[in-house]
Design a protein around this ligand. Structure first.
Ligand code: BDR
Ligand code: CA
Length: 317
């Protein structure tokens, strides 16, 4: 069983990933922590509570960061054209959800949960890395106490999606991402190199909606706006970025990885670019030396990943 804290900015593909974690039998979802990104922190937190209520998810929701680690970074606007004004495909999420938040902020929740379960907790982070970086800053020892960190973010051997150099989750808080990549905990990075190959067709989503009961029908409704956006980028359907990171937790054998220290460029025209120094390559002294080797995903069995997502989402109705 994998104890998972899901750090998320829901977000349409985040919603799918959340239902996957909730429904997968080998995952014990112990907490949901929110971060800004696809919308403001107020909106992503409201959305997490909305999904918790709609899907009857027992895990608590802890509200996280609404600004970057470096407070002087300029604000980048919300991607309303991808996720809608409400962050969930404009389905009309109520302004307020009558459910309590965990009293702790996200990074404190992460620290407390990791310390209460040493060696057992996997952090799955599919938004900006701000909460994880704040947790590391407040309690660096937790890096030795988590089981693993799995993130959706970055673009290594492919072009970015928010600039030619950078993927959105990393670009949204590069200093935080660099802190996460260079900490002494095992990180698996699921980036655009593999997520953009993992496209769920409209037909597959509607089959899931038919088989998976009301929760899956809600997911399908939420996803239509995002699918319309992706019409110009993929042949048919939606890229399931965040669910790929969740699949990695339970089925890493469906991915090919490359080991090596990872750094994030902070500032300049390549702001937010992720660069790995592959293990075994020799260079003169450089800024990657003395940092831990992390795993970046360079290949994926996309059909098998999509099947596992579909079967899991359709189950438990
Ligand atoms: C990432 O950015 C967000 O829009 C998605 O939810 C995903 O986590 C893809 O670049
Ligand atoms: Ca996300």
């Amino acid at each position: 069983m994998h104890k998972v804290i899901f750090d998320t900015d829901p977000g349409v593909d985040d919603a799918m990933a959340l239902l996957f974690l909730h429904r997968h039998p080998a995952i014990d979802l112990v907490g949901i922590t929110t971060v800004f990104g696809n919308a403001s922190i107020e909106t992503t937190t409201r959305n997490a509570l909305f999904l918790k209520q709609a899907w009857n998810i027992p895990a608590p929701v802890a509200k996280g960061s609404g600004e970057t680690l470096d407070p002087d970074r300029p604000h980048v606007g919300w991607p309303t054209g991808i996720h809608g004004d409400d962050g969930l495909g404009n389905i009309g999420v109520p302004a307020e959800i009558d459910l309590p938040l965990d009293p702790r902020c996200a990074h404190r929740f992460i620290i407390d949960t990791v310390r209460a379960n040493p060696g057992d907790v996997t952090l799955v982070a599919v938004g900006r890395m701000t909460n994880l970086a704040r947790a590391l800053r407040a309690d660096p020892e937790i890096a030795r106490l988590v089981r693993s960190v799995v993130i959706m973010g970055g673009a290594f051997d492919v072009t970015g999606n928010i600039t030619p150099a950078a993927e959105a989750n990393i670009h949204g808080d590069p200093e935080a991402a660099d802190a996460v990549m260079t900490a002494p905990w095992p990180v698996a990075v699921i980036g655009l190199d593999v997520t953009t190959k993992t496209v769920m067709s409209r037909a597959m989503l509607s089959d899931i909606a038919e088989r998976g009961g009301r929760p899956a029908r809600l997911l399908s409704d939420i996803s239509q706006f995002y699918i319309d956006f992706y019409e110009h980028h993929v042949d048919d359907g939606m890229i399931v970025h965040d669910s790929c990171a969740c699949v990695y937790v339970v089925a890493p054998e469906l991915f090919q990885t490359r080991g090596g220290a990872v750094r994030v460029i902070c500032g300049g025209i390549a702001d937010g670019q992720t660069l790995q120094k592959p293990d075994g390559r020799l260079f003169p002294p450089n800024a990657w030396d003395d940092f831990p080797s992390q795993q970046t995903c360079v290949g994926i069995d996309a059909d098998a990943v999509l099947k596992l997502i579909g079967d899991t989402l359709a189950n438990g109705s």
